[in-house]
Ligand binder design. Structure first.
Ligand SMILES: Nc1ncnc2c1ncn2[C@@H]1O[C@H](COP(=O)(O)OP(=O)(O)OP(=O)(O)O)[C@@H](O)[C@H]1O
Length: 955
């Protein structure tokens, strides 16, 4: 029964990547395939010692998959055991390799991790077998590498041994004990293990020889050269498609070749001291391995329950090989001797468990970032060079395509001429025929010879030839032959047949003409499909460039703006505003261009190459073809006059813009120019330098053209976008400058007003006084309308009495009150967002605050004024004696109640000043407080209205 069937699925279907290597990134695994461990049994011949001891062979091999114990000495019968293969003592190691290891070993070349190990009691032939397997695998691998010319391979070699539960680097004997680390990505890794890049097959064999020599070997009773450690040779194989292919994916896998130390019985090995200690370590780790295998086999491939990988270093290191991402082959070696039958039974039990263990092999496909980057850089520079180069040979595909088409057209024209000539000839022959017929005067006419008829008839094959393609060589040949035949048969022809044939010839001529026209149309179409799309975009971009140029002119602004006068400043501001709209329209135009480019791109047939180059270069920081910080470089947005956008670009370059491209590019009629025109129209250029060898298939040419068009368009769009971004930044700066200018204008206005007024006051105190009276009158009225605090009114009124230095205070107060009055008037319609909740309630709160202030002042009437003073005031203010409180309130309510009555104003200020305790000299108040702060912080309650005003004024 065959159980551990090797994976035979094509690698492309297996899929990928569990482990990760530095400098590479993984692709997503799409499929994981499970397979059982390949388990084979190898029985060595009886050793000389065993033979000498007349030991017997205890096993039979009924077939290639079965082993069964012989019923010798009536011992317990064992078996039969079935495995993938059972190799009897006569089998060579190469057969063991072919059947039991080859497939697994070579998996590593295709990105699948592989492990081959030998398990068995001491002296059973593990090392003997593994040496042979390793040698065969190395030969096979290199043979395969030689045959796989399309891929590049990199092999790395490392080796370790686990001796007395210590991990030792066999490539670096100085390392004492290496630590095992758990890596979330890579699984268990050996810290600081040396890995050497293999130069060639010989180097690899040398390395293997070196580690064999370094391995711990000792003599035991059963084996002169008994391996005292588990040895793991690891070959890491990375392969990628050769550089030029553009493929950046690599296979990455490891091949582990494991030669375990053998289980041994101290009684049999007669071990003591060091050997005994070694033996116990070996046995313990092998026991763990057995447990792991048993548990894995019991779980039926499902990794449920605890698997004691961590119980030994061997099982930790082999973890992925025993139940993870690996194809695994175990060769269990047996001594055939009857004396070792129990040990052999144990080995067969182990093998039986092992064949139930399932691993999950995957193809490890990695994308090497370095390789990817290198490839992309190469591709980018190639495309850039292709776009920039003025050398006609830089675009061989396009030119060869054009030349080929031209040649075909020429050929068809020649054929048409030839046909015309033939027709004329046939007509003249017909004429001759008629004349000779007349001469015969009605004598018997002879029909055309069969030969002529045959020659003038179009066979179906001819029709096929003529209609099948643009190449009409064969059709033309047959016509020439017919023409010759006509000439040969001039003596006896049937005129009606000739006429018929001439008609046919004419029809064919027309057909060829149509074909020629069709070919021309196709050619035009082919280019037009690109030209129209790209030209449209190009023209749009060119238009955009000229607009940018215009904008550049108008958006010029000096670093320092010179302020000459108010008018020039205002002009400056207006100009800045107009630039804003220019920028907005430029952005809009850019969007349009982007759309048309996108449309162009959409209409191009898909092309992997272009798709790759489209996505990939995004990683690469592209150097813009102009310096954003320097507006003088704007014209260099256009990359090259020879780019595929060039019909328009060339014009711009020629007409307006000095290009940074090499000077020969700008030469009218140069190769680059010719290239431009070839792209624009399918002209019959005679000066093409294209070599015949540079011709490629049309589809490739078209792809290249598409890639070039698209790339050039994208580059230009990118450049424009970057430039517009820069313009936006500049506009933002200009906005800032504009704000500054506005401030300066205001300041200028204020200064002008101040100087005017100063002039007035200087020159005419009377005029200032009139202005003062007028402003004060306005202020008083506004206080009244805005329900401003009485104390504030009083303070202000008493402080500013018409001194020229009061002018600014009056100005500010008037502006604030005017603003407030205007906003309060429109309060009902004002949006809450503008005024806020506080502002919305301002009127009512101001009225309320004013009422509270009057109550406060009323209270102070008793405390601040004596009875006599109060009585005088009541009389003066016409307050009837109705009661104390009412009279006080009545008095206070009359204060500041009539803004038009200056007497009332004066008297009110006098009374409030008395009540709050300040005098006209401004004892408790300074003028400065009226400049910005109307509120005394210590008296917030009283000044609540002005707090609100202040807040409103700051909105
Ligand atoms: N198939 C075989 N044909 C001929 N000789 C063999 C074969 N297998 C093993 N031998 C011989 O048997 C002896 C023991 O083999 P080997 O050292 O490979 O055993 P081992 O299992 O590695 O032992 P240990 O576990 O002690 O290292 C060696 O002398 C080897 O040459």
């Amino acid at each position: 029964m065959v159980i551990g069937t090797p994976v035979t699925t094509p690698l492309s279907k297996i899929v990928r990547t569990p482990s990760r290597v530095p400098g590479s990134r993984r692709t997503t695994p799409s499929k994981i395939r499970e397979e059982k461990i390949l388990v084979t049994i190898r029985v060595r011949p009886l050793s000389p010692k065993e033979q000498a001891a007349y030991d017997l062979i205890a096993w039979d091999f009924p077939d290639e998959q079965t082993i069964v114990s012989k019923n010798l000495n009536h011992e317990r019968h064992t078996g039969p055991y079935s495995f993938d293969y059972v190799f009897d003592p006569t089998c060579s190691t190469s057969k063991v390799y072919e059947q039991g290891a080859r497939d697994v070993a070579l998996s590593a070349l295709n990105g699948i991790n592989a492990t081959i190990f030998a398990y068995g009691q001491t002296s059973s032939g593990k090392t003997f077998t593994m040496r042979g397997i390793t040698e065969s695998a190395v030969n096979d691998i290199y043979e395969r590498i030689k045959l796989t010319t399309e891929r590049d391979f990199v092999l790395k070699f490392s080796a370790l041994e686990i001796y007395n539960e210590t991990v030792v680097d066999l490539l670096n004997r100085e390392s004492v004990s290496l630590r095992l680390l758990d890596d979330p990505e890579k699984g268990v890794i050996v810290e600081k293990q040396v890995e050497e890049i293999v130069k060639d097959e010989e180097h690899l064999k040398t390395l293997i020889g070196t580690v064999e020599a370094h391995r711990q070997v000792g003599e035991t009773a059963l084996n002169d050269k008994s391996s005292r450690s588990h040895q793991i040779i690891r070959l890491t194989i990375e392969s990628s498609i050769r550089e030029n292919s553009g493929c950046v994916k690599s296979f990455l896998a490891t091949l582990n070749l494991v030669d375990l130390a053998g289980s041994e019985r101290a009684s049999q090995t007669s071990a003591d001291g060091t050997r005994l200690k070694e033996g116990s370590h070996i046995n313990r780790s092998l026991l763990t391995l057995t447990n792991v295998i048993r548990k894995l086999s019991c779980s039926g491939g499902k990794r449920s329950g605890h698997i004691p990988y961590r119980d030994s270093k061997l099982t930790r290191i082999l973890q992925s090989s025993l139940g993870g991402n690996s194809r695994t082959a175990i060769i269990c070696t047996l001594s055939p001797a009857l004396s070792h039958v129990e040990q052999s039974r144990n080995t067969l039990c182990f093998a039986t468990s092992a064949k139930e263990v399932t691993t999950t092999a995957q193809v490890n496909m990695v994308v090497a970032e370095k390789q990817l980057l290198k490839h992309l850089q190469k591709e980018v520079s190639r495309l850039e060079a292709e776009l920039r180069s003025p050398d006609p040979a830089a675009s061989p595909c396009l030119r060869s395509l054009l030349i080929e088409k031209e040649r075909k057209i020429q050929k068809m024209e020649e054929e048409m001429n030839e046909l015309k000539r033939q027709r004329d000839l046939a007509q003249s022959q017909l004429e001759l025929e008629r004349r000779s017929k007349k001469e015969l005067k009605g004598s018997d006419h002879h029909g055309p010879s069969r030969q002529v008829v045959k020659c003038l008839s179009f066979t179906p094959e001819d029709e096929e030839v003529s209609g099948a393609s643009l190449s009409t060589n064969l059709g033309r040949k047959s016509l020439l032959e017919r023409q010759a035949a006509i000439r040969r048969s001039t003596n006896s022809t049937n005129p009606s047949m000739l006429v018929h044939e001439i008609r046919k010839l004419e029809m064919r001529q027309r057909q060829l003409g149509d074909e020629a026209n069709h070919a021309l149309q196709l050619l035009h179409k082919e280019f037009a499909s690109h030209r129209i799309g790209s030209q449209g975009a190009t023209e749009t971009i060119a238009k955009l460039f000229s607009e940018i140029k215009e904008l550049q002119k108008i958006s010029y602004i000096p670093e320092q703006i010179e302020i000459k006068d108010k008018a020039s400043l205002k002009e400056e501001i207006a100009r800045l505003r107009s630039q804003e709209s220019n920028i907005a329209s430029l952005e809009q135009k850019l969007e349009n261009v982007q759309r048309s480019i996108d449309e162009l791109v959409m209409h191009l047939p898909s092309c992997h190459e272009s798709a790759d180059s489209r996505t990939a270069p995004s990683k690469k920081k592209r150097v813009l073809p102009f310096n954003l910080s320097n507006t003088s470089n704007i014209p260099n947005i256009i990359r090259s006059p020879c780019s595929p956008m060039s019909p328009s670009s060339c014009n711009i370059v020629e007409g307006e813009i000095e290009n940074r491209a090499p000077p020969e590019c700008n030469n009218v009629g140069s190769a680059g120019d010719s290239f431009c025109s070839q792209l624009g129209t399918p002209v019959k250029s005679k000066d093409s330098n294209c070599t015949p060898g540079s011709r490629q298939s049309n589809s490739v040419n078209m792809k290249k053209m598409q890639t070039m068009f698209k790339k050039a368009a994208e580059d230009n769009i990118r450049s424009i976008k970057a430039y517009v971004t820069e313009l936006k930044e500049r506009v933002a700066k200009l906005q800032y400058q504009k704000q500054l200018l506005v401030c300066q204008v205001l300041e200028l206005e204020a200064n002008e007003a101040a100087s005017d007024e100063a002039d007035i006051s200087d020159q005419s105190p009377l005029s200032w006084h009139l202005v003062f009276e007028d402003q004060r009158q306005q202020i008083i009225m506004l206080w009244h309308l805005c329900h401003v605090s009485l104390v504030h009114r009083t303070q202000f009124y008493m402080l500013f009495k018409g001194d020229p230095s009061d002018q600014i205070y009056l100005e500010v107060e008037l502006r604030r009150l005017t603003w407030l009055d205007e906003h309060l008037a429109g309060l009902g319609n004002a949006s809450p967002a503008l005024l806020g909740d506080d502002a919305a309630g301002y009127v009512s709160s101001s009225i309320k605050a004013l009422k509270q202030e009057r109550e406060y002042l009323a209270k102070r009437v008793s405390s601040k004024l004596n009875a006599e003073e109060r009585e005088m005031l009541y009389v003066k203010w016409d307050i009837p004696p109705d009661g104390k409180q009412r009279r006080r309130l009545q008095l206070v309510n009359k204060l500041w109640s009539d803004p038009l009555n200056m007497q009332n104003v004066r008297d009110s200020a006098e009374v409030v000043a008395k009540l709050v305790g300040f005098c006209e000299t401004g004892e408790h108040v300074s003028k400065e407080m009226f400049q910005l702060n109307f509120v005394s912080p210590s008296d917030k309650k009283t000044w609540i209205g002005w707090n609100l005003i202040s807040n409103l004024l700051h909105l």
